[in-house]
Design a binder for this molecule. Structure first.
Ligand code: AMP
Ligand code: MG
Length: 518
């Protein structure tokens, strides 16, 4: 049975499973980690995914990294992990979280496949991510800790630049209340990593309940390994989607339904804050509906719905306004992968089609909140549609617009003028503000205008803010990074000590090019 993916306008035809070629590229076996050592007083439990068996991962140790040092850490993630006090001053933790021998761990790298830029890419896998174990029900993973059997001739490393971006983006998303993987800490090393030029290495310790991706399912489906596929789906349901077991339908169909719903909600939240992921390949799609794999992402400055943030995305497949369509397309790949288990083509397609109303509802809800309403209402759709049209037409700064409207709703002085100042045509802004006021007058039961300051952030991780923190970090000064991290942690508070975090981007921000190179 083949599910025909929905068409992506102006792009090559969507592939079907028939066109999929699994790269038969067996990875070299690495020596197993020393199990006896791992058993001795590890701060981590063996990851549950280990129970699935050897088809799902490779045992390996991280590659040591010379002279590591701490760069940043996040208390909130440390708390979630219930780490011992003082961990971030302890050399054993520094070494362990940089990939060096230290505390006993249970390291492994998982195998997955995926569609990249709409084309089946065959086997990929954790090419530079190594799972150390679990703690408090959360997986702890190093990104940039050296090659794995899935590195495909790449070096397994990550540079400081991209690691700072991943660390900060994880903070930013959590601050905004958008589901995401977390970043516990960032460590650096003087070791050279070659990209377009010589850079230095860094390691981000990432944390999530699970790092399983759509691509893990696609991997076993494409190889025709239905028993493994079922094992993976059963594992996911048992540990992460237990309610699917009590459903009146097949647990696999229920799983697809739940992932569809979560993915729709996630992408709606991205659209509501102007977040562009940049590489929405199926291997970067979390089965838990988390924002995953921060690479060439961007929070929009001036609102351009067709904005392409990834310099490598020459066709604009992952342009901002294409994200909902791409997530829908990616879900079809997941549906295709689960089809051997669900064994009902029409039911699978019907579940996939729930994406459209789920997305529309989630987006309306998110936009209603941005507009200062407790819930969506049909009367609000024209109001937010018109706002986005105005912002696009006049290339208005997305974050500043919503923040200034929020300040106005909270009764701030001169605030109507400050909204109008963002527009080339202030009259159009005034007309929209009249409609906004009228909507609040007409829907008093839903109106909670002062709440807008808790919904529309003062600070987002704009490219140039990240860039300033990166440049300072590259010269050994981690203070700007810490200051930005702290502002992103509480993005609804005005960063009084750092007013430039809320300013319009400088001219040079437009020249920043972010590509897949990281
Ligand atoms: P990404 O575009 O970051 O989602 O990565 C796609 C695939 O390439 C994944 O399998 C990654 O693990 C792998 N990959 C990316 N960068 C590296 C690297 N420097 N070394 C090894 N594998 C990498
Ligand atoms: Mg990835």
């Amino acid at each position: 049975m083949v599910i025909q993916n929905p068409a992506m306008p102006a792009l090559a035809d969507s592939p079907t499973i028939r066109a999929m070629l699994v790269a038969e590229n067996p990875a070299p076996a690495l020596a197993a980690a020393d199990a006896a050592q791992a058993a001795a007083a590890s701060p981590f439990a063996a990851p549950r995914i280990r129970q699935l068996g050897a088809a799902f991962f490779a045992d390996l140790n991280p590659t040591p990294l010379a002279a590591p040092h701490w760069i940043a850490h996040d208390h909130c993630t440390a708390q979630a992990l219930q780490l011992p006090a003082g961990w971030h001053q302890d050399d054993a933790w520094l070494q362990t979280l940089s990939g060096n021998p230290g505390l006993p761990v249970h390291p492994l790298a998982t195998v997955y496949s995926g569609h990249q830029f709409g084309v089946w890419a065959g086997q990929l896998g954790d090419g530079r991510a190594i799972l150390l174990g679990e703690r408090a029900g959360l997986e702890v993973q190093l990104k940039g800790a050296g090659p794995t059997p899935f590195s495909r001739r790449a070096d397994g490393r990550a540079v400081l630049r991209s690691s700072v971006r991943e660390f900060l983006a994880s903070q930013a998303m959590r601050g905004l209340g958008i589901p995401t993987t977390s970043a516990l800490c960032l460590t650096g090393s003087p070791s050279t990593v070659w990209r377009e030029q010589a850079e230095t290495a860094a390691v981000v310790t990432r944390v999530a309940p699970s790092f399983i991706r759509f691509g893990h399912f696609e991997h076993f489906a494409a190889k025709g390994e239905t028993a493994s596929l079922q094992q993976l789906a059963d594992f996911m349901v048992a540990h992460y989607y237990p309610t699917c077991l009590g459903a009146s339908e097949s647990p696999y169909l229920a799983l697809l339904r739940a992932v569809t719903q979560r993915s729709a909600e996630l992408v709606a939240l991205w659209q509501s804050v102007g977040f562009c992921h940049g590489v929405l390949n199926t291997d970067n799609m979390s089965i838990l509906g988390l924002t995953l794999d921060y690479g060439p992402f961007q929070f929009l400055d001036a609102f351009d719905p067709a904005h392409i943030c990834n310099h490598s995305d020459t066709q604009g497949r992952y342009a901002f306004n294409r994200q909902p369509g791409v997530v829908y397309w990616n879900l079809f790949c997941l549906g295709q992968a689960l089809l051997p288990l669900i064994d009902d083509h029409d039911a699978t397609v019907a579940v996939l089609e729930t994406f459209k109303p789920a997305y529309a509802q989630a987006f309306d809800r998110a936009m209603a909140r941005k507009l200062g309403f407790a819930a969506a209402d049909p009367a609000l759709t024209p109001l937010h549609t018109r706002a986005l049209e105005l912002l696009a037409g006049q290339r208005v700064d997305f974050t500043l617009f919503w923040r200034r409207v929020s300040q106005r709703a909270a009764g701030a002085e001169d605030s109507t003028q400050r909204v109008q100042d963002l527009f080339v045509d202030p009259g159009a802004a005034l007309a929209w503000l009249d409609d906004f006021d009228r909507a609040h007058a007409q829907l008093p039961a839903l109106s909670q205008a002062p709440q807008m300051l808790r919904t529309n952030p003062a600070v987002v991780l704009r490219n140039h803010l990240g860039e300033l923190a990166i440049r300072a970090a590259q010269s050994g000064d981690f203070t700007p990074l810490a200051q930005l991290q702290s502002a992103l942690d509480t993005p609804f508070d005005e960063p009084l000590a750092n007013p430039h975090f809320t300013a319009l981007p400088p001219d040079w921000a437009q020249g920043i090019e972010i590509s897949c190179s990281s």
